[in-house]
Ligand binder design. Sequence first.
Ligand code: ATP
Ligand code: FJF
Length: 370
Amino acid sequence: MDREQQILALIRQNPFISQHEMASIIGISRSAVAGYIAALTKKGTIRGRAYVTSDENTVMCIGGANLDSKATSKQAIRLASSNPVRVTESCGGVARNIAETLAGLACQTALLTVVGDDKAGQWVLEETRKRGVDVSQAIVLQGENTGTYTALLDATGEMFLAFANMDIYDKCTPALLRDKWPHVASAKLVIADTNLPAETLGELIDRCREESLPLFIDPVSSEKAKKLPQELRGVTAIFPNLEEACQLAGITPGSSNDYSMIAGAIRERGVRHVFITLGSQGVMYAGEEGERLFKPIPTKVVEVTGAGDAFVAGIAYGVMRQSTYMDSCNYGLAASHITLQTDQSVASELTEDRLQQTLLHLTKGDESLS
Ligand SMILES: Nc1ncnc2c1ncn2[C@@H]1O[C@H](COP(=O)(O)OP(=O)(O)OP(=O)(O)O)[C@@H](O)[C@H]1O
Ligand SMILES: O=c1[nH]cc([C@@H]2O[C@H](CO)[C@@H](O)[C@H]2O)c(=O)[nH]1
């Protein structure tokens, strides 16, 4: 059998097979496989990317799905003391929050994550499914505990301290990613968080680059952002806050407010679009479409948790609707604005209608948004 025949046989056997997998089975480079596929496509033997299935409008979110527990202090927090609080439990996890927000915005969304075989895991998956996310690829791991995030918020809704108990994500290995790759590769956009182990993030970035799959990364925290490889070619967009951005740029957090320089250093690692979220200062965009500081929408903040996740979902919503990255920024700002006005990490009010209405007010210059 010649090479073209070998490739056709592999595609017939597994219509989901990636170029990467074909390359390792046949023992040639991925780019050589791409060359044969291009030739077969030119001849009409392969009709476009006919081996991509009907998932092709899906956003695949990969990473954390946690049980969040948030305690909001009723008065100024006193250390080494018993503080009166109001406690709420909800579904969390950066990748899961983004997936749920996108489903609420009528985007076809799937979640690849791991949970434990405990009540929390069962509840988180069931709730996420009820809110419209395809969780059929999520894995329940026997004997493991579902990830938990426990936050103490001050009386103004700002985070004071949080605990992340997420050892389970060490089980999101490169082997698991390979196993699930057909489902990932058939998505239109992949969004990953850095709850994933370093090796899995590295492999995901390489594969997305090789297969020209758009990939967004949410760094989660400056500590977890350290897991990203130096080489970030293959990352389409990244969404650090200022502390995470400094970490990614290789400078000491707090040592500079030159957002353009910081974003430039991140871009040099190979990222095409950088969004530095700046809390009440808005967002800095720097990327292939230029540079711009976006002012935030004036907001009466109830609680900050999830504002960054909503921003990423807003950008994904815009990009899935073919907007430019700069134009999508307004969707991100509006999604954060709506989320910040609720005590929920994923605002149930964040529907497509509400997002569009908020933007309409914004473009009319209406400052009295609610
Ligand atoms: N006080 C505020 N007023 C108006 N907009 C805000 C405020 N705080 C946050 N935002 C909006 O939300 C976006 C994301 O918030 P932030 O920069 O706090 O992200 P983050 O630190 O990644 O959030 P998290 O990790 O808590 O989800 C900001 O870019 C901004 O548009
Ligand atoms: O290390 C982590 N900390 C916090 C989160 C999640 O962030 C969300 C808020 O942005 C919250 O839901 C929490 O579970 C995570 O996934 N990993």
